[in-house]
Design a protein around this ligand. Sequence first.
Ligand SMILES: [Zn+2]
Length: 128
Amino acid sequence: MEEEFALVDRKLQKIVFAMEAVMDALYEKTLVITSVYRDNYRSNHYYYRAVDIRSSDLTHEQCMDMTRALNLIFPYGKAAYETVLYHNAGSGWHFHVQIKAENDGKRKLPEKLGRNYRENKNASGMEV
Ligand SMILES: [Zn+2]
């Protein structure tokens, strides 16, 4: 997981570090990343622009507070999207933390990703 996190977009890494600091300072809990890469070109995970983070160490209320606070400081920058989602997408409650694509086509992606990158730019409704 550490190797995968090293490939994550630097801007997203910084948000995760900020979340780690908040989680520690407020609740004395250690942030745990549970998922980075996912083989689904409609997901930000595919482009190393999303990570999943364990939420089970916190109460629902604490998770919702963290989500609200972080989304205030780190707006996604696109209508109807949020940087931090606290949700259960079928595999249990967790945080999904993501950033939008910037400088489309210019960011140097890991080689194996280049092939489908253009395809994604036209996709509507990213999956999480
Ligand atoms: Zn996710």
